[in-house]
Design a protein around this ligand. Structure first.
Ligand SMILES: Cc1ncc(COP(=O)(O)O)c(C=O)c1O
Length: 418
């Protein structure tokens, strides 16, 4: 890769030194001198223009991520369909970037998300709905649309059947095998979760569907989020189970394996090999169910999380109880990933370059009065002073879509670059 391409005039070139190249470094996210750049813009310049805190998205990276995954699915030869899990991010320009690819629909989990997808220009046939604790009103408000609807409980099957007899449906199953980056991100396996219909009641679900003339055309699962290369084997065991549920459906058209592929958060993380992912799913679906059966997947994180950074101003650097805390002018209300899901939010300095082994360590916290308002417990920066700008990587997913006005703290503004 030519790191010197597209250097805006007057800017320093990206650091070419391999030993200084961090795991997250790419042409559109890199240091030029000591200044971090995203999509050709210095983060400090973005803050001067828009203020802090800010979430800045790299449009080209969104398109690249969608095309990379779609390409891996297409190369298997099995029919496939990609949906973006809009619960991960509903920023308008981001949905526009997804739609511009022409190869990705939208996965929704509520009627509100279905209407947002329609208003964002997606056609009903590009929309898949998989909700939980679904009410009669939920079903009534979207069941008439020609969207795919995956039924998550026997209760929901009755509701769909009563309101829309004869409709085509999919069944979300719980294969009782799960994999996730942390326990908070593991949706199946171990102790029972609320998601999907379990094997012991699958036949009952089919009987209820038959009672209303519902045509079961698909199976669906989502067994966890954020898993990386080491999680693929467990995920594929869940796909095996999913296929065994599907094998008794005469009208089967699709198998939806959910989302879940994670993004790397540290230099120890190994990304999922997309050819292994797609190839193994296709081999199972093609062999066990037929080469006409469509593979669907509906990632959120994988498509958008590494496409944005969140930059915030340092408001405090202080030693307390033997620990040096760095406080920011942003809190978990703008980016709850670390607080909700229990992993460290990788951070770098916007204007002092990369840390090294000798750099001081800090606990980075937000401006919300909660113990969980902690972004990183062992972050390294060359130096940090009040007024500096720190940058969270992987800030494109489960940030603004889960934002709240807890403590009435200002939310980060969102900007699309490119
Ligand atoms: C049903 C369903 N599909 C897809 C996703 C997207 O997951 P991820 O962002 O891990 O790809 C989720 C996440 O909660 C989900 O619940």
């Amino acid at each position: 890769m030519d790191l010197f391409r597209d250097v805006p005039s007057g800017r320093l070139p990206a650091s070419p030194s391999p030993e200084l190249t961090p795991w997250w470094h790419r042409e559109s996210l890199c240091y030029r001198g000591n200044l971090l750049h995203i999509a050709g813009h210095a983060v400090v310049d973005l803050i001067d223009r828009h203020g802090a805190p800010i979430v800045a998205y790299d449009r080209a990276r969104i398109v690249e991520n969608v095309n990379r995954l779609k390409g891996a699915l297409v190369s298997t030869g099995q029919p496939s369909r990609l949906y973006f899990a809009v619960k991960c991010n509903r920023f308008g320009p981001l949905l526009g970037a997804i739609r511009s690819t022409g190869v990705c629909g939208i996965d929704c989990c509520s009627p509100g998300e279905v209407h947002l997808a329609l208003n964002s220009g997606f056609e009903p046939h590009e929309i898949s709905f998989t909700g939980s604790s679904v009410s009669e009103e939920d079903v009534a408000s979207i069941g008439h649309l020609p969207i795919r609807m995956n039924v998550d409980s026997i209760s929901m099957m009755h509701k769909v059947g009563r309101l829309f007899p004869g409709r085509r449906v999919g069944i979300r199953v719980n294969p009782q095998i799960g994999v996730g980056l942390t326990p908070q991100l593991t949706y199946a396996g171990g102790k029972p979760t609320k998601f999907g219909i379990y094997e012991d009641r699958f036949q009952e679900a089919l009987q209820v569907a038959a009672q209303y003339g519902l045509i079961v055309e698909g199976v669906h699962m989502h067994v966890g989020s954020g898993w990386l290369a080491h999680g693929l084997e467990t995920f594929l065991r869940a796909v095996d189970r999913l296929c065994s549920f599907a094998s008794c459906l005469p009208e089967l058209r699709y198998v939806n394996v959910g989302g879940g592929i994670g993004v790397c958060h540290s230099d120890e993380d190994e990304p999922v090999d997309l050819d292994l992912y797609a190839g193994n799913i296709a081999e199972r679906v093609g062999t066990l169910l037929g080469d006409h059966v469509e593979i669907c997947c509906e990632p959120g994180d994988y498509l958008v999380n590494d496409t944005a950074i969140l930059a915030a101003r340092v408001t405090m650097v202080e030693e307390k109880g033997g620990v040096t805390f760095v406080g920011l002018n942003v809190g978990f209300n703008s980016n709850p990933q670390a607080a909700h899901y229990g992993f460290a939010q990788e951070m770098v300095h916007a204007s002092r370059g990369l840390a090294d082994d000798a750099s001081p360590r800090f606990v980075v916290v937000g401006n919300i009065n909660e113990v969980i308002d902690n972004f990183h417990s062992d972050a390294a920066f060359p130096k940090v002073e009040e007024g500096d700008v720190l940058v969270m990587l992987n800030a494109g997913g489960y940030g603004s879509s889960m934002a709240s006005n807890h403590c009435m703290r200002k939310l980060a503004i969102e900007v699309m670059l490119g």
